[in-house]
Design a protein. Structure first.
Length: 477
């Protein structure tokens, strides 16, 4: 079986999620048995799977696996159906649609928060002591069972997290302690009564290694493709079980770390997206087993998708895939937008990026507002927002070196719209190869000129649209 590894299917992993979906589609098309394996705990995983439009049986999460909740059938449990909340002991006081108070003899015992986009389904219940300090939080899986309990010290710092199966039996414990800098950090995972034994792990990656060995222990033909190798390669390298292991790098944004990973263990192969990446990595590491295989594959239905013609799309919206950490690139596209508006009065730009904790979106919007572009430039960092923007755009731009992947580029083919890349983009090589748009220098003058030209010159539009329409014949699986 093929196992596609990723740390998470959450929004913070938005680029890799689409790549994983592509890989899953390709393996299934060729009749291969395949599973997605995820490391991180996620009580909203079920909704993310639905959003990606893949099957629940395609995904095995490590915590679900050890909690014995892989096949739990969804319930819509409300506060009135929680076994611990007796209506004879507690007074349940609603406060609008979002949360309820639990009181006992007039004293506040807990807040019960409602799951987003549901009618009363329990999200979490936070308990308080007599002084109003939080003591514990019970978190509910979106499928409708109590999945974790978090306990806190009197000073508010975290003490323990417990994970449960759907019957309320404890399965995993996570301890927290102060590090030398007096910061509370997780220290040990305890796996309880797994096949009659207890286990202790010093990190989530150590537990992930054990999980991988358990999943493949009866598979004599295990093939592992490691997405997010920057975070998962070390865990995979410590496996005891035998498997063919491939590391799949979307970007080479930390080459020193990649070199370190390759020194830990001789993996079967390294996979990158472009020939340029292959050359760079081979020169850096001397590694011979490097192949470039971009995640680019279309089904027949996707190839013949009836997208809205450019001439029928309202306005002149441009989608720009960007990394907000590249401040010069951000500045260039804002200046380019001002220039484009001088010639195209209804031109707008949607800046699309994956969520990044290092990026302060307030500062991003302040910068946009400082140039009086608040009605012209918008931002999307969620999958649905980006997809909706692409469906209404006339150009997709790839501005930053580490923003966008070949799977993102498939949107140009499916929507039959031109691409524009800067020379620094990892996707510039593929855009040149498939001739679906121009590649320009990363400065506002070149950007504004090429945006204006593509938006106003119908002949150029038609040529790129023809290339977008004909190229998928080479990508069809």
């Amino acid at each position: 079986m093929y196992y596609l590894l990723t740390k998470s299917l959450g929004e913070e992993n938005i680029e890799t999620n689409e790549n994983i979906k592509q890989q899953l589609q390709v393996f299934k098309t060729y009749g291969k048995r395949v599973k997605i394996l995820t490391r991180d705990f996620d009580r909203f995983l079920d909704s993310r799977i639905q959003s990606l439009k893949i099957d629940n049986n395609d995904v095995i999460n490590m915590f679900d696996f050890f909690q014995n909740t892989l096949n739990f059938k969804s319930l819509k449990i409300t506060i009135h159906e929680v076994p611990e909340i007796s209506p004879r002991e507690y007074e349940i006081i609603p406060h609008g649609p979002n949360y309820q108070e639990l009181r006992q003899g007039g004293r506040l015992i807990a807040h019960a928060q409602v799951m987003p986009a549901t009618y009363g389904q329990v999200n979490y219940i936070q308990y308080f002591d007599e002084f109003g300090n939080p003591t514990a939080t019970q978190n509910y899986d979106i499928r409708g069972f109590k999945t974790t309990e978090e306990y806190f010290h009197p000073n508010g710092s975290q003490a323990y997290t417990f994970w449960f199966d759907d019957k309320g039996n404890r399965k995993i414990i996570l301890d927290y302690m102060n590090n030398p800098k007096q910061k509370v950090v997780p220290v040990d995972f305890h796996l309880e009564d797994y096949n009659g034994n207890d286990y202790e792990f010093e990190s989530i990656n150590e537990m992930f290694t054990f999980f991988l060995d358990e999943v493949i222990k009866n598979d004599q033909e295990a093939n592992i493709v490691v997405n997010n190798p920057e975070e998962l390669a070390a865990a995979v390298s410590l496996m005891k079980g035998k498997a063919n292991i491939s590391l799949k790098y979307q970007h080479l944004n930390n080459r020193k770390e990649i070199i370190q990973d390759l020194r830990i263990q001789q993996f079967n192969q390294i996979i990158v997206n472009t020939n340029q990446q292959k050359t760079i990595l081979k020169n850096d590491t001397g590694y011979s087993q490097i192949n470039y295989v971009p995640d680019m594959s279309l089904t027949n239905s996707q190839m013949h998708h009836n997208s809205l013609a450019l001439s029928k799309r309202p306005g002149n919206q441009v989608v720009a895939i960007i990394d907000f950490n590249e401040k010069n690139t951000f500045e260039s596209i804002l200046l380019a937008c001002q220039e484009v508006r001088k010639n195209i009065s209804d031109a707008t730009i949607l800046l699309c990026s994956k969520p990044d904790p290092k990026v302060d979106l307030v500062e991003i919007f302040k910068k946009i507002n400082s140039k009086n572009l608040q009605k012209i430039v918008n931002v999307a960092i969620d999958f649905q927002g980006i997809q909706k923007g692409i469906e209404n755009s006339k150009i997709i731009m790839y501005l930053s070196k580490f923003a966008g992947t070949p799977t993102t580029l498939l949107n140009n083919f499916k929507q039959r719209i031109p691409a524009i890349a800067t020379t620094q983009s990892d996707l510039a090589e593929l855009i040149k190869k498939y001739q679906i748009g121009p590649v320009v220098e990363n400065n506002y003058k070149d950007l504004s000129n090429i945006i204006t030209e593509v938006l106003t010159n119908r002949n150029i539009q038609k040529q790129y649209m023809v290339d977008c329409k004909s190229t998928p014949n080479f990508l069809t699986n």
